[in-house]
Design a protein around this ligand. Sequence first.
Ligand SMILES: [Zn+2]
Length: 344
Amino acid sequence: MKAIRIHNHGNEEQLVVDSISKPEQAADELLIRVKTAALNHLDLWVREGIPGVPLPLIMGSDAAGVVEAVGPLAERDFSFKTEDEVLTVPIRSCGHCRFCVSGQENLCAQFHIPGESVQGTQAEWITVPAKYALPKPKALSWAEAAALPLAAMTAYQMLFTKVRLSYGQRILIYGASSGVGSMAVQMAKAVGAEVFTTVGNDEKANLAKQLGADHVIHYKKENIAARVKEQTGGAGVDVVFEHTGEKTWADSLRVLRKGGKLVTCGATTGPIVRIDLRALFIKHQQLIGSTMGTLNDMHGVLKMVENRQLKPVIGKEFPAEEIRQAHAFLAEGRSFGKVVVNFA
Ligand SMILES: [Zn+2]
């Protein structure tokens, strides 16, 4: 079968479509024929080299496809059957530590994300523990279903599990065109928040407005902090949704109001930032870290899809053979929404 793998870290040239043997499902697993797998920024970091990546590695954290075989325990405990249409949840954890049993799998000492520290989803067939497969929402295409899990769980955990965003609050969400940003804008609007977001060009500005953003800031030609301050009468926002890091950090703290919360899941422009502790404590602010989400967050995501409050935005679809072009497209920031690869 075809599998997108890396054997070494480096640029896009390291991505190869290998021919490897089809996997066999364990007793508690499903064998899934993948229709579509999604890319995330994580794929770029993994390809470039982060610690703990087993090589060679099948890339990718998300997939949607059709169940082709069901292990006996997966059938007994989860009632899956062949031809079921599913999406996969990018969580692997021990299942029995105090974090796992309290629904905080991403704090488990054995927490893994497929395509990072265990084999990933960008292959014609994959095996997945039945507890980490869920029915594909009927309203979503294969591409939309594959695009959903990692980005949406990440946004959901940040907005609702971590900062409990609510009606009437003001939030600054960086990068409406990114996978996680495009999900977060929709989720924040669904609960009645006032959304400020940033984009790099006019075309992306229009798409951000279509997603529901109230205020769209062109970060290349406008000062983000000045625009937010002007629109809020100097008060700033209740929540900053960060995933960019160094380049935006100073603006993020400048626009965060008294009692505000900054939640971050990424550092695409660099990881080292400065903090004036006096401002932090005098303003009663909170800085909160967040990585990925839990199975419980994924159920929240699916509820929003079912309620028509959330629909993944697909930037571009590539055939699996064009994985190098797909990585370049994502890395260059040309996409509005998610980039996916098709195996069908
Ligand atoms: Zn655990």
